[in-house]
Design a protein around this ligand. Sequence first.
Ligand code: ADP
Ligand code: MG
Length: 232
Amino acid sequence: LEEQIRRSDRLKTIGQIAAGTAHEIRNPLTAIKGFMQLLNKSLNDRGMDKEQGYVGIVLSELERVNGLVSEFLLLSKPKEIKRDWMEIGQVVQEIMPMIQNEAIMHNVTVLYYPQPGLPPILADKELLKQVFLNLGKNAIEAMGEGGTLIIREHGDPGGSDKLAAEFIDTGPGIPPDVLDKVFDPFFTTKPQGTGLGLSVCQRIVDDLGGTIEVSSDEHGTEFTVWLPCAKT
Ligand code: ADP
Ligand code: MG
């Protein structure tokens, strides 16, 4: 618990800094992107292939910066969380097409085990989709040579008013000395990583009144998201 408090304090500080700067960065980015697209079109009209290639690189790098800024904005406290009752399975279903798409590109099989009859959860659907997507993407990215991603949902056998969504992969696992760092902002082991995905997940799940847990060994990794649900 102490660890979780430390984590969420650090996230608050980062979130405040992020909130102040992310919007300021996004506005000029939008202008740059717009004019780059116009330039791209002119170059295309003139058959200037080489120059169009340069602009293409600028545009794709812009997308990366944009992604980073989006994660910053999510780290900053959302203005207001819109919590509603919903089926956890419905949330998983809505991210499935995106997960499947990513999985195909990485030669990963996705197995989803819906569990009918679970009580509804209290959550913000868009934010929760962001969490599930991040966990799914991380799992798929971890399985470089293909593998299996299992997504499960279940109640608490202990009988608490929480239920869980699990993302289990057959990747290489997270070394023990790294395991307590994965939620730290900017911690990444990927050449192109931002290290913000799990910080964003942690922040959102915190705000939804849930918890997020990880366990891992050399056979794979399991992330579990506990969310408040209706009493049964
Ligand atoms: P990023 O994906 O940009 O690296 P994240 O915050 O999403 O940032 O993840 C941080 C780090 O945690 C990753 O770089 C990776 O080392 C580790 N990680 C997260 N999920 C997994 C997973 N399913 N299997 C192995 N390592 C993982
Ligand atoms: Mg990630």
